[in-house]
Design a protein around this ligand. Structure first.
Ligand SMILES: [Zn+2]
Ligand SMILES: [Zn+2]
Length: 159
């Protein structure tokens, strides 16, 4: 793997995660803070962090590393205590629809309440949307494989 430009290192085994490679993140927000953002080279490495992390409920989310080095990567070494104003780079602004919450909050909350009487944090909408995106991406792939440009119910995989 010596000729592969690493994007960053696995938070568990410290092996490099190559640019453009698939990696895994934890759905739990404390594992995704700007400063500590964990990334894992395999699902196994994600499991490794669980005992110490003490999550009540957690799952891994598949991500893909950027194909080219991030221009802002050098900023990580800035001195402590610097006020940071985060501005998204206009050069590679992703389509906002690709990161949008896909879950109807009120319906989800009604469901959880009817099911259990519990409340639901708004923060669950994001990881749930991520799961929907992942499943829908597979459905799109299934439709494409059959030469269709319409995603049908039968394209949706069982999860
Ligand atoms: Zn690893
Ligand atoms: Zn975690």
């Amino acid at each position: 793997m010596a000729d592969v430009t690493p994007w960053r290192r696995c938070s568990a085994c410290k092996k490099p995660i190559a640019l453009g490679a698939v990696y895994w993140v934890c759905n739990v927000s404390t594992c995704n803070q700007k400063r500590t953002a964990l990334a894992f080279c395999t699902l196994h490495c994600w499991e490794v962090h669980l005992p110490g992390a003490n999550h009540r409920e957690a799952w891994a989310v598949e991500r893909r590393a950027p194909a080219a080095p991030e221009p802002g990567a050098a900023a990580a070494s800035e001195p402590r205590g610097t006020r940071r104003i985060v501005v998204s780079a206009p050069a590679k602004k992703p389509d906002p629809a690709l990161a949008e919450v896909l879950i109807v909050a009120s319906r989800l909350k009604d469901y959880v309440r009817a099911r259990s009487g519990y409340n639901t944090s708004d923060r669950v909408l994001e990881p749930l949307s991520e799961i929907v995106r992942r499943v829908v991406d597979q459905a799109i792939e299934n439709a494409r494989r059959e030469g269709r440009m319409t995603v049908l119910d039968r394209d949706v995989p069982d999860v």
